[in-house]
Write a protein that binds this ligand. Structure first.
Ligand code: SF4
Length: 700
């Protein structure tokens, strides 16, 4: 382990990757910086391989350190060349002015990321509405958490991914994980599950793959992808039939159960077995376990949510939890396991198409008046709701669509569904600006690329999977001419003639607190000093003497009547089902060594050693039928495109399902295959299910 020496100092901060936001101690003076895990309440001294290797990238030779522009501004195929910030921003401002003069304000758009700090996300939303006066802003969290968020707002009146601390998971008697694989996505979180099991808890994993999390569980249930809603409705059917519903809780704390009771009547266990592939005995075991537990928790994640009916699917699992009397009971409940580092905060502060800071609706006159007063503008001047992420991207370059786009911390050329179509849309733009650490696949297409500060080089706050607001602290200065995105937005706003934007994180956080005051996600009582002193606080924190809210809903839910709402939901077949041309089901997901679109982790030498190439998982029966051996190169083909992977032959997947990781672009882009059919509520694409054909194209 590194020892702090002469000329070095230590800084307590957090891992740049997933929503667990593990605490780390950076030792930085002269580069290179090093890190060790911190004994922070979340990770308690644990880190996964991504966290351990995070410092490698700070000094990576491919790091962008100066702005880049096209050598010939009129020719996007001309090379990117280094320039000064002044010259780069001149081009950006000229493009914004030209586009808005020719095509209107909404022809300039903004696209953000779930890795931005709360301050950056807040300032990006304000920049769009005040400096650009455009409605065209959304972020990549729309591709991640939006279905769970929609379901939570519908049921509880409020979305905070996990409405209880992680420590409740360790204390629960029963935990059911649906489409969630923390053993690979956030390994230090497994200590909570391990502690529970050591104390005798029962753990059940519902997942089409036998993941590393499923291997740890008492029961692994392996439904066909896209049938989780039918399974949840079937479990509620059994709960009703067996008299396991907590009728007192339902009467006292909820509304709408009669509709749901009628709705699940047709979900007979044998019908659910036919729809999902989950045997009746396993269905019964899940229901009885949840009902008998003194403290039972249901956690869903992307496997259940990234579907065309993801909001209804998450709703079905919430319905089950409500019927069993779990949400709001200490130690019990339903939660969703957020993915991106600031996926939670990213959707609270106004970088979503339909929201203002404080998780307020942009269509709410009172919300507009409150936020307008903080911003010093007329409420009438705040644009209305814009298009959701995929719809915004799919209209790029069209009449009525965005023609100049500013992208912060997002690599949509790899992470958006139907990725090759997205690349073509990005090429259709009149002007593309990308701020990133590396020349991502999206940045490669840009007219201007701006080098942004990495996690250890900036100040700010993040809101983790539990709703705990924590501090990202600057451990070292950024290299070259790299700037924080806050500074970029402040400078651009000034050039556009919009005052009131700061490049200082604490100043922006104080303003964010005022803008959020009285909203659902109320940060008004938070300050950097309090977060430092108290190792993070759980929102809402409405006043400076409020202790924070680790557990929500213990007294009342956030709907005006204080009750949770049941909503009747029905199983609908996946948008694409297997047929003669595409006979199998493709599902996508993550692997331990990589994160999101891989812009960072694919450049990490130590992570590349572990997972250098994209590997698709096929069942041995399927591989035998198709003449595929381990390590062969296989081509997966869907109605949208084709991509190549090395084959891993494993019975961890069902014989009718193929798994592909989505961390790679180019020839191994899983999202070149995925279906952009959208959830009607959340506008989430159907990442997790489409029909696919498989063929062998070569040996290892
Ligand atoms: Fe980082 Fe998440 Fe790994 Fe923790 S679990 S070290 S936050 S990637």
């Amino acid at each position: 382990l590194p020892t702090p020496g002469v000329g070095t100092r230590t800084t307590e901060t957090h891992c740049p990757y997933c929503s667990l936001q593990c605490g780390i101690t950076m030792t930085a003076g002269d580069r290179p910086a090093t890190l060790v895990p911190a004994d922070f309440p979340v990770n308690r001294g644990g880190l996964c391989s991504k966290g351990w290797s995070a410092a490698e990238l700070l000094d990576h030779p491919e790091r962008l350190t100066r702005p880049l522009v096209r050598a010939d501004p009129a020719d996007r195929s001309s090379p990117l060349v280094e320039t000064s910030w002044d010259a780069a921003l001149d081009r950006v401002v000229a493009a914004i002015r030209r586009t808005q003069a020719e095509h209107g304000r909404d022809a300039v758009g903004c696209f953000g990321g779930g890795g931005l700090t709360n301050e950056q996300a807040y300032q990006f939303g304000k920049f769009a509405r005040v400096a650009l006066r455009t409605s065209a802003i959304d972020y990549n969290g729309r591709f991640c958490m939006s279905s769970a968020a929609g379901a939570a707002v519908r049921a509880f009146g409020l979305d905070r991914g996990m409405p209880f601390p992680l420590s409740d998971v360790a204390a629960a008697d029963v935990v059911v994980l649906v489409g969630s694989n923390p053993a690979d996505t956030m390994p230090p979180a497994m200590q909570y599950l391990d502690a529970g099991r050591a104390a005798g808890a029962e753990h059940i994993v519902v997942d089409p793959r036998r993941t590393n999390t499923a291997r740890h569980a008492d029961l692994h249930v392996q439904p066909l992808p896209g049938t989780d809603l039918a399974l949840a409705n079937g479990l509620l059917h059994i709960a009703l039939a067996e008299g396991l519903v907590d009728e007192d809780y339902v009467a006292a704390r909820t509304t709408g159960f009669d509709q749901v009771r009628a709705g699940v009547a047709g979900y007979w266990p044998d019908r659910v077995e036919r729809l999902t592939g989950v045997p009746v005995q396993q269905q019964r075991r899940i229901v009885f376990a949840l009902a008998r537990g003194k403290r039972s928790i249901v956690l869903t994640a992307r496997g259940a949510e990234q579907h065309r009916h993801g909001t209804d699917t998450a709703t079905a699992w919430i319905n089950l939890a409500l019927a069993l009397g779990l949400p709001g009971r200490p130690g019990s409940g339903w939660g969703t396991v957020t993915g991106q580092g600031n996926g939670q905060g990213g959707r609270e502060h106004g970088q979503k198409a339909d929201q203002l800071p404080g998780y307020r609706k942009i269509t709410d006159p009172a919300a507009r008046a409150h936020v307008a007063a903080v911003w010093g503008v007329d409420p009438e001047d705040i644009p209305g709701p814009g298009r959701s992420a995929f719809e915004l991207l799919d209209a790029l370059g069209t009449d009525g669509g965005v023609r100049t786009l500013l992208v912060l911390a997002s690599n949509v050329a790899v992470s958006a569904p139907d990725a090759r179509r997205m690349v073509s849309r990005l090429r259709d733009l009149d002007f593309l600006v990308v701020s990133d650490f590396f020349l991502s696949e999206t940045a490669e297409l840009a007219d201007v690329v701006l080098p942004s500060a990495m996690w250890a080089e900036e100040e700010g706050t993040m809101t983790n999977v539990e709703g705990r607001v924590i501090r990202r602290r600057r451990a070292l200065a950024p290299p070259g001419e790299v700037r924080d995105d806050l500074q970029l937005l402040a400078e651009l706003a000034e050039r556009l003639g919009a005052p009131g934007f700061s490049g200082d994180a604490e100043t922006v956080f104080t303003e964010l607190g005022r803008a959020s005051a009285g909203g659902v996600a109320d940060y008004a009582g938070l300050s950097y000093a309090r977060i430092d002193a108290e190792q993070g606080l759980f929102w809402p924190v409405p006043t400076a003497d409020h202790p924070g809210t680790p557990r929500l809903f213990t007294e009342r839910f956030a709907h005006p009547d204080g009750r949770a709402r049941f909503t009747r939901v029905e199983h609908v077949p996946a948008h694409e089902e297997p047929d003669a041309d595409y006979p199998y089901v493709l599902t996508t997901g993550r692997v331990l060594a990589h994160y999101q679109s891989g812009t960072q982790t694919r450049r990490s030498r130590s992570l590349q050693l572990v997972a250098p190439t994209a590997r698709a998982e096929l069942h041995p029966d399927l591989a035998r039928r198709l003449g595929i051996a381990a390590d062969d190169v296989v081509e997966l083909t869907t109605r949208r495109g084709r991509a190549r992977f090395h084959a891993t032959i494993t019975d961890a997947v069902r014989p009718d399902v193929v798994f592909a990781p989505f961390h790679w672009g180019g020839a191994s882009s899983a999202n070149a295959l995925t279906d952009p059919a959208l959830d009607p509520t959340s506008r989430m694409p159907a990442f997790k299910v489409c029909a696919v054909a498989v063929s062998r194209v070569g040996g290892p």
